[in-house]
Design a protein around this ligand. Structure first.
Ligand SMILES: Cc1ncc(COP(=O)(O)O)c(C=O)c1O
Length: 366
């Protein structure tokens, strides 16, 4: 068959081991998964209520325009309804952008390490990928600027960046966007937006007003705790959204997902509470890192990238045997580090105890 050449050797997304699998492998009663930056507090109780009481007719197609959710989100974000695009998770929006703009003969600029789906989609669509090494965990915007040429179609910015958690400096971001040629799309992926507490951060939706080539991606998968429902969205000027919309699959958000996201959006205090709990959880990790002289990147997300001064895979295996699933830095392009989702106070406490034991076994700690 006539497969695209670039598919040769490409691997599908490798999900980590499931909790059931790990339980069985190591004879464990409970497993805590701190690997995918999901919300350890789940979702708003209002969503549970909605799910218990819904009487949806699943025999009919969903509203392909997501009208109810669109109206509420437009109000909450402060834009017009035609400035929003919904995806089956922001993953799907990344795919739509790639499909609409990337092809052989064009290039796309991104940081490394960053969220791997930008690269993955760009490769499938045949574009040249130009990766710019992070500088101390942050985007090197000067070098990214230098990589842009007349064949650049898309620049991907991830802020807070996965896996380092670092926010792009506000002033640098604004300068960068001013310099990027107007025919190059700048994607600003803010999957962890709701967790940001840095006072220098300015809502990126403001950037959209002045820049017709900027699109902001956000999601209901993280702070809203709806990863399983798959609802992500993009915000941009209406002309940009209109260009991308034909690429969207017509019924890409289910009826229940639209309903759950709409209800979740209304519970502001749940998000506020999760943000506060995340801050205090982060402090537990910061204290641990300071006490043991381990480097940790300053995170504005619900995860941390922590130095382990040992082989990350060994630490990952050791923690899994003790009932905690995290991500090894070896798989993320950050060897010598592990990425851990910030859990509940108790989960963090137990996790740090187990990590201490693993690092003692590895003779990193005494
Ligand atoms: C930076 C970033 N962008 C996008 C996503 C995809 O999120 P979703 O497709 O669940 O909206 C993730 C998920 O981990 C992420 O970390």
């Amino acid at each position: 068959m006539k497969w695209k050449n670039q598919l040769t050797g490409m691997k599908p997304y490798q999900p980590g081991r499931s909790t059931d699998e790990v339980k069985e492998m190591f004879g464990l009663e409970t497993i805590v998964k701190l690997a995918s930056n999901e919300n350890p507090f789940g979702f708003s109780p209002k969503v549970s209520e909605f799910l218990e009481n819904q009487s949806i007719n699943h025999a009919i197609y969903p509203d392909g325009y997501a009208t109810g959710l669109r109206q509420a989100l437009a109000k909450s974000v402060g834009v017009e309804q035609n400035q929003l695009l919904f995806g089956n998770g922001s993953d799907e929006i990344i795919m739509m952008i790639s499909r609409a703009l990337l092809q052989s003969g064009v290039n796309t600029v991104m940081a490394t390490p960053t969220f791997p789906q930008y690269r993955h989609n760009a490769v499938i669509d045949g574009a040249e990928v130009r990766e710019v090494q992070l500088a101390n965990g942050a985007h090197d915007l000067q070098e990214m600027s230098r990589q842009i040429d007349e064949n650049t179609a898309v620049v991907w910015l991830c802020s807070p960046n996965n896996p380092t958690g670092m926010l792009i400096d506000q002033q640098e971001l604004e300068e960068f966007i001013r310099k990027v040629p107007k025919e190059v799309l700048v994607v600003l992926d803010e999957a962890y937006f709701e967790y940001i507490t840095d006072p220098s951060y300015k809502n990126s939706v403001n950037l959209i007003k002045d820049h017709k080539n900027v699109i902001v991606l956000r999601t209901f998968s993280k702070a809203y705790g709806l990863a399983g429902f798959r609802v992500g969205y993009a915000v941009a000027q209406k002309e940009l959204i209109a260009q991308l919309d034909p690429v969207r699959e017509p019924f890409n958000n289910t009826v229940t997902s639209q309903g759950a996201a709409l209800v979740a959006l209304e519970d502001l205090s749940f998000i506020e509470d999760c943000r506060l709990q995340n801050e205090s959880g982060k402090k537990q990790f910061e204290d641990f890192a300071t006490t043991h002289n381990l480097h940790m990147y300053p995170s504005q997300g619900n995860f941390v990238l922590l130095e382990v001064k040992a082989d990350s895979d060994l630490v990952f295996e050791g923690l899994m045997k003790k009932g905690f699933i995290i991500r090894s830095g070896n798989a993320l392009g950050t060897p010598g580090y592990i990425r851990v989702t910030i859990g509940t106070t108790q989960q963090n406490e137990e996790f740090l105890q187990k990590l201490t034991a693993v690092l003692k076994d590895a003779e990193v700690l005494t």
